[in-house]
Ligand binder design. Structure first.
Ligand code: NIG
Ligand code: FE
Length: 452
């Protein structure tokens, strides 16, 4: 497979040799020269062992430390070889660690990196004019029925060359990284033919190589029935099952279906997810976003890893979800953008369901990169406590993606963490819209915020 310069997006066959740094970041000779012309240097090295001290509050998400978020006051944390090896009260720090390279957080809080478990961030163009017409009263479903919506983005994305998608989606991922996201799920779903779905999953993989973030890829060939299959939806489902899944399965971890009014039916979704499972793809489902259309019951029946959106749920469904192993992935920025009621996050938490929060980053219903804004809305609009929202945006997201060592901080966890420029996470809902990130480490590499 081709490799691409992380800075100009050039393909290795065009730009020549690429120098590779940690986590697959690559740079071509031209970009190195350009950096030197501007007086910069290119440093791709990283510190493998370090100690963080002066932590006002350390959110571990380890229940052994108490409460929902296992928060430790006046804490320290040790990283070695990409993993956390010790957390605790700074006063209890074993002396052997005191010789490690040390950075003081000077009274700031440390939390796990955000795990954004639901995005559609690879697309071309935008739908700002549709958004403007929604502000004056047209609905999302009316726009979709008129040929806009997902289909408009599919047309633009099919036309876009890979290099353009890598740069444009890469910009969105850079914004996510700058706001503290260290793991992101990315769905296909704007290709809707075999070659274009493969193209999007390859772009997802390249983005993971270009940026200091883990990418978890999801196949979403059943996002909409493309125009060339108008009136032949069964033929499209056949194509998804017989050709797309076999080609895309090696490039993805999950199979997702948009099971909803105006999208795919329960029967179609069941068939697609079962074929996906036979090809090694774990099922997940867009369910109950636009209507109560049976998606939630299907997710539970199939033992899907996640059921996502869930704006239309009654009490019986909340209990059923809480009694299942399926994670509820909720996206308050989609409801914000659609100006529709939020999913019942607080009731799901109360019932004992596992809740994850995500951005849903996409050009139609949620052009949002910031998990900090998601946490703020979850508190301000959905009624979650700060601890519930923060856990859902970190550990909940990791459980939604089957990423066992992510979303918590303690011996054996990934060293994916951020220092925020505040002494506690309540500053996220208190200051919505601000980027509170001070520094971010991904797998032990400092990726945001300069030398520590
Ligand atoms: O999660 N619900 C389906 N998919 C996206 C919207 C995609 C689009 O409008 O382009 C969502 O909201
Ligand atoms: Fe979505």
């Amino acid at each position: 497979m081709s490799r691409y310069c992380s800075f100009c997006g050039g393909r290795d066959s065009d730009v020549g040799h690429l120098i590779t740094g940690p986590r697959g970041v690559a740079i071509c000779n031209e970009c190195v020269k350009l950096a030197h012309q501007f007086g910069g240097t290119v440093a791709l090295a990283s510190t493998t062992e370090f100690l963080l001290t002066g932590i006002s509050r350390l959110v571990t998400n380890d229940p052994r430390h108490g409460g929902i978020t296992g928060t430790i006051g006046n804490a320290a944390l040790v990283v070695r070889g990409g993993h956390v090896t010790w957390v605790g009260k700074e006063d209890d720090l074993p002396s052997a660690y005191r010789r490690f390279h040390t950075a003081s957080c000077e009274g700031r809080a440390v939390i796990p990196g955000f795990v954004d478990s639901h995005t559609h961030l690879i697309f071309a163009g935008n739908r700002a004019s549709e958004f403007a017409s929604r502000l004056t009263g047209r609905s999302y479903t009316q726009i979709a029925a008129g040929g806009g919506g997902i289909k408009a983005t599919v047309a633009a994305t099919r036309r876009a060359p890979v290099s353009q998608l890598i740069i444009e989606a890469g910009d969105r991922v850079s914004a996510m990284v700058a706001a503290g996201t260290t793991t992101v799920e990315i769905k296909s779903g704007y290709g809707l033919d075999v070659d274009n779905e493969v193209k999007l999953l390859e772009v997802a993989s390249q983005i993971g190589a270009n940026h200091p973030v883990d990418v978890v890829p999801t196949f979403l060939g059943a996002h909409a029935v493309p125009v060339e299959f108008d009136g032949r939806r069964t033929d499209y489902v056949d194509l998804v099952c017989n050709e797309m899944i076999p080609r895309c399965a090696p490039l993805a971890r999950f199979c997702d279906v948009f099971c909803d009014q105006g999208a795919f039916t329960v029967e179609e979704s069941r068939r697609i997810l079962e074929v996906g499972r036979r090809h090694g793809l774990a099922p997940r489902l867009h369910a109950n976003q636009l209507a109560d259309s049976g998606g939630l019951e299907l997710a539970i029946e199939l033992g899907a890893v996640t059921a996502d959106h869930l704006e239309h749920l009654d009490d019986r469904q909340i209990e059923a979800l809480a009694g299942s192993g399926t994670v509820a992935v909720l996206m308050p920025t989609a409801s914000l953008s659609l100006r529709t009621p939020h999913a019942p996050a607080a009731r799901l938490w109360e019932a004992g369901a596992t809740v994850a929060l995500a951005t849903d980053c996409n050009p139609g219903t949620s052009y949002v990169e910031s998990m900090q804004l998601v946490v703020a809305l979850a508190c301000l609009e959905m009624g979650l406590t700060v601890d519930q929202a923060l856990w859902s945006a970190t550990r909940g997201g990791a459980l939604a993606l089957l990423e066992e060592d992510k979303g918590w901080l303690g011996p054996g966890s990934a060293a994916d963490l951020m220092v925020i420029d505040a002494d506690g996470p309540e500053h996220f809902p208190y200051r919505p819209g601000s980027n509170l990130v001070w520094k971010v480490w991904k797998g032990g590499d400092l990726t945001v915020g300069g030398l520590a």
